[in-house]
Design a protein around this ligand. Structure first.
Ligand code: UTP
Ligand code: MN
Length: 503
């Protein structure tokens, strides 16, 4: 806490004393009177900065009083700073600018008081005079890890405007296969998602990892003008919009989307009218069910699908294991599909599971599309040194017909849609039981959480992790795991619950 200062009466000083500060420096900016808050800055740094400012012609007051125009603080705890300021009994506090040290350093660099921007302001978070509970103040603790697997990230995102903006830029870099900046924006977004508080000034982010020059520039703009020009420009970019549109179709990846764009195609009707384009089976279904599968799947719909799959697998094998995974396992309210792991305790028996489920769903008349990929998993070919986007387990990408009557609270469909059913994307993956924990961890996501688990394993532990196994390069051996907790323990990581992996 701050020590209550002795507030001096406004000192009457001669004009000469104002103009000539002890130490010979000439006052250049008479309208600006600085006060540097000692807390966090420390006495010696404060005294150094005071000398520096005076040498550049600034007036720096030693004591806080009503003559001060600019309060500069290095403290990022806005609420405790404001609590202290309010206790100082100032009449003029509402007219003072309470500024982050960045304003001071900018001004020193320029040799003049730079214009105050919103990013410089340390805002009073609780202007009504309410006191926040201890420990709930916005802090950029130095303890935020650069690895998503060492952060707890729920579905509650306090910095959505920033993370959405970063996501747009990351995507545009991805479309152009520019990896570095893409990853930088993804990492920055992920860090902001983990914060239990909303970023209100750039100063508040100074101790956070993974926020580089370009991410900060975007944030600065957004804090200042409410939006980023770079992001706005991208959102209205024709190529960006078209590639987004094309890749929103099931079965259309970035390569195909780009090929169509370069052919001059801009809309679905352009694509469908082009006789030289041969859509594959997946893309045909993608267009056929576009309205439904581009629409988010609700939690209730995911539960209904779970019941359907559960009924199917248990009719096939009573001891089958079924687990909901992907975003819904992380507690998301909506998803683009529903992901399941299905397996059997008996090793090897799982290989026939997916084909038999598909058979059953076909007989039920609810299978609208299936793309089955048999297992190519071979333990003797592990560890895999390069991470592959796809794992080697048997899997299938499905489109199922879901009846409204099976969904508690009804389907998540457009108003006025009276079909009584909708199409939903479902993924099934079927690892052998001894690979179950790795597959579950890998398919639970989020993508960023998985990337950082692998990066952490490689960089910090000399281990290789993927959806199949964990390999210790030092011991030259695979590490066994039957639960996700085992894997976290092997990695020396605190266990992170699925609902905390929304990185
Ligand atoms: P999804 O793409 O389904 O993402 O992959 P999600 O987190 O569930 O989000 P939405 O709501 O559907 O959009 C789920 C996880 O499965 C992994 C992905 O990396 C992701 O973490 N996955 C997916 C694999 O490991 N291998 C695959 O072949 C496919
Ligand atoms: Mn999913």
């Amino acid at each position: 806490m701050f020590h209550a200062p002795i507030v001096p009466r406004v000192r009457k000083r001669s004009r000469a004393a104002e103009v000539r500060v002890p130490g010979r420096e000439e006052v250049k900016f008479e309208d600006v009177r600085l006060f540097l808050v000692e807390r966090k800055m420390g006495r010696s740094r404060r005294s150094f900065l005071t000398q520096l400012a005076r040498s550049k012609g600034f007036i720096v007051e030693d004591l806080l009083s009503d003559v001060v125009t600019h309060v500069v603080s290095e403290d990022i705890h806005a609420s405790s700073l404001w609590t202290w300021l309010k206790e100082c009994d100032l009449k003029n506090l509402s007219n003072m600018l309470v500024l982050d040290i960045s304003w001071f350093t900018d001004s020193m660099r320029e040799g003049r008081p730079v214009p105050v921007e919103s990013t410089h302001l340390i805002q009073d978070a609780l202007p009504e005079g309410s006191t926040p509970p201890e420990g709930s103040t916005p802090t950029a603790e130095a303890t935020v890890s650069q690895y998503a697997c060492q952060r707890r990230t729920t579905t509650e995102n306090k910095n959505k405007t920033f993370t959405d903006a970063f996501e747009v830029l990351a995507e545009s870099y991805e479309m152009n296969e520019i990896e570095g900046p893409c990853l930088a924006f993804r990492r920055a977004a992920s860090v902001l998602k983990s914060l239990p508080w909303a970023v209100q000034s750039l100063g508040a982010t100074q101790d956070l990892p993974c926020l580089g020059e370009s991410t900060k520039a975007v944030m600065k703009e957004m804090l200042q003008y409410g939006h980023s020009f770079e992001v706005e420009k991208m959102l209205s970019d024709e190529r960006y919009q078209t590639l987004k549109l094309f890749t929103s179709v099931f079965g259309v990846g970035p390569k195909t989307a780009d090929k169509w764009y370069r052919r001059g195609l801009r809309s679905f009707s352009d694509v469908l009218a082009d006789s030289s384009i041969q859509l594959n089976r997946m893309q045909q279904s993608g267009f056929l069910h576009y309205g439904d599968i581009s629409r988010a799947v609700s939690k209730a719909e995911a539960r209904a699908l779970r019941n359907i799959i559960d009924e199917a697998v248990h009719a096939i094998t009573p001891d089958a294991v079924l687990a909901l995974t992907g975003g819904f396992r992380r507690g998301k309210e909506f998803g683009h599909d529903v992901d399941f792991i299905v397996t059997t305790p008996e090793l090897g028996k799982e290989t026939s599971l997916i084909p038999r489920i598909i058979n059953r769903l076909t007989k039920q008349g609810i299978l609208l599309f299936t793309d089955y990929q048999a297992s190519t998993f071979d333990m003797s070919r592990l560890p895999c040194l390069r991470f592959e986007a796809m794992d080697h387990f048997a899997k299938c990408f499905l489109i199922l017909r879901l009846e409204g009557s099976q969904v508690e609270g009804g389907l998540h469909i457009a108003e006025g849609d009276s079909r009584g059913w909708r199409a939903v994307r479902v993924d099934l993956v079927s690892p052998p039981m001894d690979r179950y924990a790795f597959a579950l961890l890998g398919w639970t996501g989020s993508r960023q959480f998985e990337r950082d688990l692998r990066r952490y394993a490689r960089m910090e532990r000399r281990m290789l992790l993927d959806n199949h196994a964990l390999y210790d390069k030092t011991k030259k051996q695979f590490l066994a795991a039957t639960t996700e907790r085992d894997i976290f323990a092997h990695l020396g990581l605190e266990y992170i619950e699925p609902w905390q992996r929304n990185a």
